[in-house]
Design a protein around this ligand. Structure first.
Ligand code: ASP
Length: 439
């Protein structure tokens, strides 16, 4: 068995945590490859090394030299080295890195150095090889993952154990390129796929996915097992334990992912499995997630369904403005466009005018400040009466539903309510499906 283990920023924040992570790796010989993030926050108000590095890049752009922000990066790595009590020449590495940052003058290169330095130091501490992500993770000129990555991974497999920095790889121009923020999750997934891992363990600072946002619902239940599809829906709608793009590489190879808590390694965490291996656990709803601040444009026109090209002409307007939509629930004579309000900032009137000109609707109404709530679970398609229970619970909470969208997959039902009713709705839905252990 091969396990690829990714450790997030809080897991790598200081020397004590480096030791903790080393202990986790040592406790299971199958944990052969460790993918590390840059050191994160040690306490509220602390700096994340990656943020300091983006500041460093701004300093270099301004003055040509690494300045105050890089000093803090130095201090962090020095203190971790001290805490580990190893004789490792971190100062020379930090000097070399500063010189490279000043030479390269690239935001991606500078930001990637958090993972690079962390990986180098951790590999020295463990006494196992460091493999630079540049040698393995390659991007195409379009910025997509290059298939060469999978053959280059044989380099990794030559080592019994290795430390691999997350967050970056090498672009087609030979320069360092990062994933988007939080992208070490993606690096871990890519590596897991590339080495043919049996399990991708993602170690973080929470004990897995929760069935609802703990800022909204007090002590929500932990989700034991989740399918990739459910995860995709939940993380897209705001549940952000794992980077939402990180499931694609593992999903292609059917590699399960386990979310684990570095600070409570005995907790089981959440297991994410392919749909084919998903066993219905008896709960109709797996989880609830949501986001605020959407705009709904509601169009009505008699015989809309018979009008050839109606949707095409509406979407063409959005396409021209480079606006992407989230959902388009539609009825026989109605169609709603649900769009992230930020995307419409400043152009809403223009867009509405163009839609009106393009399709001449009988009426057109705009609702702002809409929140979307996704109720997700494979179990919903097996159980009769879920939507009745859902809408009944929302009605009992005194909330007016502004929009409903149920994808044909029946894996989720999306409900639109006013922003102000968001928390109340989530609590009511949670209470309905999780308040009683039998549901
Ligand atoms: N260090 C990077 C960030 O803060 C990547 C990661 O930690 O996943 O975004």
């Amino acid at each position: 068995m091969i396990k690829v283990c990714k450790f997030g920023g809080t897991s790598m924040a200081d020397g004590i945590n480096f030791r903790r992570v080393a202990g986790i790796l040592a406790s299971d010989p199958e944990r052969r490859y460790a993918v590390v993030s840059a050191p994160g926050k040690r306490y509220g108000g602390d700096n994340k090394v990656t943020d300091l590095l983006y500041e460093t890049h701004a300093e270099v752009e301004r003055t040509g030299r690494c300045g105050e922000a890089y000093k803090k990066v130095r201090e962090r790595f020095r203190s971790i080295t001290r805490e580990l009590g190893i004789s490792y020449d971190i100062d020379s590495l930090l000097d070399e890195t500063a010189a490279e940052i000043e030479r390269e003058r690239s935001a991606d290169f500078t930001a990637s150095r958090g993972e690079y330095l962390c990986g180098k130091l951790f590999s020295a501490f463990l006494g196992v090889p460091f493999i630079d992500a540049r040698e393995v993770i390659k991007f195409t000129p379009e910025g997509k993952l290059d298939g060469r990555t999978f053959t280059l991974a044989s380099r990794v497999l030559k080592e019994e154990r290795a430390v691999f920095p997350g967050f970056y790889g090498e672009g087609a121009d030979g320069k360092v390129k990062t994933f988007s923020r939080g992208g070490s999750d993606i690096s871990g997934a890519v590596l897991a796929r590339a080495v043919g891992a049996d399990l991708y363990e993602n170690w973080t600072d929470v004990s897995g996915f929760l069935a609802a946002d703990p800022r909204v619902v007090a002590s929500p239940a932990r989700i034991g097992v989740l399918s990739y599809r459910e995860l995709r829906e939940l993380s897209y709608m705001g549940a952000n334990v794992l980077h939402s793009e990180s499931i694609f590489p593992v999903r292609e190879a059917d590699i399960p992912v386990r979310i684990k808590n570095t600070f409570r390694p005995e907790d089981e965490g959440t297991l994410i499995v392919p749909v084919s291996r998903y066993r219905y656990g008896g709960r109709a709803v797996t989880g609830i997630a949501g986001k605020k601040n959407f705009t709904v444009i509601l169009l009505e026109k008699a015989m809309m369904n018979a009008e050839m090209g109606f949707t095409y002409r509406v979407l063409e307007v959005l396409y021209r403005h480079k606006i992407s939509f989230e959902h388009i629930p539609s009825g026989i004579d109605t169609m709603s466009l649900v769009i992230d309000s930020e995307e419409l900032g400043g152009v809403l009137d223009e867009v509405c005018g163009e839609i009106r000109a393009a399709v001449q609707p009988d009426s057109m109404r705009v609702f702002n400040d809409i929140a979307l709530i996704a109720v997700v679970g494979h179990g919903m398609s097996r159980t009769i009466g879920i939507s009745a229970r859902l809408f009944d619970a929302i009605a009992r909470a005194g909330v007016n539903v502004r929009m409903i969208d149920q994808g044909s997959s029946e894996i989720d039902i999306i409900v639109g309510v006013e922003n102000a009713q968001y928390e109340r709705t989530i609590r009511a839905v949670y209470e309905e499906f999780f308040g009683n252990p039998e549901s």
